[in-house]
Design a protein around this ligand. Structure first.
Ligand SMILES: [Zn+2]
Length: 242
């Protein structure tokens, strides 16, 4: 029997994307739902973004995940991304304590015969929010630690930033902006699978939402698209493009 995993990233508080993801996540053979970074809405006009995001967590996301857990019993894994203000992490931690989902940044958990591990931090960007940015050197150190928590060859790494110089890190001006430390980590550890996000437009610019790095399959589905795959057979993977 397939053990299906459903992954989406960069939902940016879009209710329709959450509803669709959880509807697919309710499917018969689904084992787990993974929500990559940038979970909350971005405020583009002047205003209190921390409050805006907090209200999203308190009044939509946490009740929604609670309802999903109650209804389906399935596992949900979540992490913040560079646009989710860290000041609200405590709210997500409170939700995690209720047992409705697990926060995966810098942690590893078992799913069936595999593991899922998360990493929210991105390499430096030109954007204003710096809560989840680190130097390549510090990313490298963190990933070395993360690699010790599970066997990388059996682990799906959810890393918000994509690896440098791949199909997964191309911005509108066609330059590559991914992380060199993440690329190095993939080359050295050759994980089972890596799931990325952060660069919303990359698959449209490069024409590819997946890349092969040695023996590792690496994916950036793009903003809000939904990846569906069997944990034990990645060949059947499909992308439901938003
Ligand atoms: Zn994003």
């Amino acid at each position: 029997m397939p053990e299906t995993v459903v992954y989406a990233t960069d939902l940016h508080g879009e209710i329709r994307s959450y509803e669709k993801l959880l509807e697919i996540g309710n499917g018969k053979n689904v084992r787990a739902v993974i929500i990559g970074g940038d979970v909350s809405p971005f405020l583009t006009v002047m205003g209190d973004m921390a409050l805006y995001q907090r209200e999203f967590y308190e009044y939509y996301m946490l009740p929604k995940l609670k309802e999903f857990k109650k209804k389906t019993g399935k596992d949900v894994f979540v992490m913040m991304g560079n646009d989710d203000l860290k000041i609200n992490l405590e709210i997500l931690k409170k939700g995690e304590k209720e047992g409705n989902f697990r926060l995966i940044n810098q942690k590893a958990y078992k799913i069936g015969s595999k593991y899922v591990a998360g990493y929210s931090y991105v390499n430096e960007t030109p954007f204003l929010i710096k809560d989840w940015e680190k130097s390549e050197e510090n990313i490298r150190k963190d990933l070395d630690r993360l690699a010790k928590l599970s066997d990388p060859k059996k682990t799906m790494y959810v890393m918000h930033a994509p690896p440098l110089n791949t199909s997964l890190d191309v911005v509108y001006n066609r330059s590559h902006v991914g992380s060199s430390a993440i690329m190095k980590f993939i080359l050295e550890k050759q994980p089972y699978l890596t799931l990325h996000g952060h660069i919303h437009e990359s698959s449209q610019m490069s024409g590819n939402w997946k890349d092969v790095i040695g023996k590792t399959l690496s994916i950036n589905p793009g903003k809000g698209s939904i990846l569906v795959f069997d944990l034990n057979d990645l060949r059947t993977m499909e992308l439901l493009v938003k």
